[in-house]
Design a protein around this ligand. Sequence first.
Ligand code: ARG
Length: 455
Amino acid sequence: MKLWEGRFSKEVDKKTNDFNSSISFDCRMAADDITGSLAHVAMLTAQGIVSAADGAAITDGLTGILEDLQTGKLTIDPNAEDIHTFVEQTLTARIGDAGKRLHTGRSRNDQVALDVRLYLRHEVADLRAQLAELVGVLADKAEQYADTIMPGYTHMQRAQPITFGHHLLAYAEMLLRDIDRLDDVAKRLNVSPLGSGALAGTTYPLDREAVAKTLGMSGVSQNSLDGVSDRDFCVELAAALSLVMVHLSRFSEEIILWCSWEFRFIELDDAFSTGSSIMPQKKNPDIAELVRGKSGRVFGDLMTLLTALKGLPLAYNKDMQEDKEAIFDACDTVKMCLTAFTPMIDTMTVKPENMRKAAAGGFINATDCADYLVSKGLPFRDAYKATGSLVAECIRRGETLETLPLADYRAVCDLFDEDVYDAISLETCVSQRRVLGAPCPDNVRAQAKRVKTLV
Ligand code: ARG
């Protein structure tokens, strides 16, 4: 039976009903739908719009439905049009006429706008907790590897020495901004549209603020058309989650590189790797690859939402039903990725000796060599050129700056002295990078501590 049966003389075509129905995906908002209805009926009763007896019957009925859904005593009818219809019809079937009063002063348009907000409110809280957990793991690892020297890269070429802890904390910073963005989304999410009605509010003396308060929301929407039409919060969340995926995907790419035999900077735990059906030697970083691959889904969800909204006239249009699968998928995907990603990072084995070896082989102390000459009074441009010819000489002779004899240094520039070897040692190069935000071990330890206070 349809909610609109008075106006219609025929049942909706079966396939059309399936096409129109959202129950297969909005069923996950059942508890939120009931929470919203409980707040609505409490207000209707307090305002004298519904009698105390009917209000109590509706409240008991809704509470019973929620319990029965949770225990599995009641299953959701897949033929219902949507979760709002299902709950209301079940309520009326259970308590009789009082159930028909629940929808007084309300439309499914403001109801669904509320339900999505309530649903996403706990999704955002879960996502935030998962991100905070990953940031905590990164900060712990950063402390552990604050002194571990590795090559930093630009253009995937060895560039300057950094520490592994510093590298990990770069991701912690990105994720902290992601958390910040989620907190920002949560603010605008936590506003009640109930009372907007179908589009033009209602003639009943609703107490919108009271409903918002019962629901723990910070306020109410200020324009009824906007109240039912706004899905900005879905777009904002999908955008914030897209950036989470960008960050996880970049990190995954590095994990994949680092555990290759070419790098061997880390080894993933067996529990977070997979083998090959044919090549017995293989240990593959599937989780990292999947996270990288799944980023596209979340970007797609963002595009789905933007596209669904962009041409819509005010106020509600059925196109907006498309918001749910997109934003649910974005949340599900990121949660799934984090569930696998965080323990993968937590359990990886780090190989400092291989990082050290890679750092020693690529002239990543050349800038420091030039800086040494600057400290002896040479202008930086001249120092750069002199060091460049030293590097060329080393490459020609199969030497490194550490092994090149002092006489060869002095042949290029007589400002070089015995102390150059100490100045270009990787330990010096790293420990002297002390400016705020730079990778020296003391900074890394301090930053790891700071990061921990933020999550
Ligand atoms: N299932 C619908 C949605 O998700 C609920 C709102 C229906 N409103 C309407 N006027 N048909 O958007």
